[in-house]
Design a protein around this ligand. Structure first.
Ligand code: ATP
Length: 211
């Protein structure tokens, strides 16, 4: 059987239990050999209210310590310029070869916005998409994706190809966001139990997200 690798990108500013629980569920439902968390660089021209790339990476590493199969991949932070997902997938394909199933993990809202992404149609030539569904999902699927969904959808029990398929998975909903955590901390309130203790300790030690 081909190795199965899941890819979850985000700013992770900071990583929290919403990210981690959903990553664990995807790993177990798809029988992933590896789940890579890929922190994204921030556009230099936008306001940068949160933590540095170095701190976001350090917090991710603390969060996945002892979590079987989880790997933090800093490929987007090492590049000179901002990465498009298509470029990241291309470099991962080059690194891992054709004989690996790659799953790009996306929330429903991100999936609905896919037609606005750079070279979005090439994504399915590089990976399969795992679309995470939530009960309160409000974005409507654009026309451009309806046919694609109908043609490419498979379930976890089907034969999985190295790329080109779409799998929808339901998740335990955890309404946690990094925005909420930054808001609590900047108001001097506690964020305990929304994120791993080791990450919160790092935030406190380094004085991040303070008022
Ligand atoms: P922010 O509040 O700063 O926008 P965020 O908490 O949404 O951040 P991101 O780093 O932007 O986190 O998210 C990375 C990925 O994790 C995205 O695909 C996003 O859909 C997913 N994600 C974020 N929060 C949750 C959650 N509570 N449950 C499941 N998936 C989540």
């Amino acid at each position: 059987m081909m190795r199965r690798i899941g890819l979850l990108g985000g700013t992770f500013d900071p990583v929290h239990h919403g990210h981690l629980r959903s990553a664990v569920e995807v790993r177990d439902l798809l029988g992933l050999d590896e789940l890579r968390l890929i922190p994204s660089a921030r556009p230099p021209h936008r306001p940068q209210p949160g933590a540095s790339a170095e701190a976001r990476l350090a917090m991710l590493q603390l969060a996945v310590d002892r979590c079987a199969g989880f790997i933090v991949d800093d490929c987007e932070l090492r590049r000179e310029q901002l990465s498009y997902t298509a470029d990241t997938l291309e470099s991962l394909r080059a690194e891992l070869g054709e004989n690996v199933v790659l799953f790009l993990i996306l929330g429903w809202d991100a999936f609905c916005g896919l037609p606005n992404w750079h070279r979005w149609e090439s994504l399915l030539q590089l990976a399969s998409l795992v679309v995470l569904q939530r009960p309160e999902q409000d974005s409507e699927l654009p026309e451009a994706l309806k046919n694609l969904m109908a043609a490419r959808s498979v379930t976890v029990t089907d034969d999985l190809a190295a790329h080109g398929q779409i799998i929808c998975l339901s998740q335990t909903p955890l309404a946690i966001s990094a925005t909420q955590i930054r808001g609590l901390l900047s108001a001097g309130r506690s964020a305990r139990f929304l994120l791993p203790d080791a990450v919160l300790d790092y935030i406190e030690t380094h004085g991040l997200y303070r008022p």
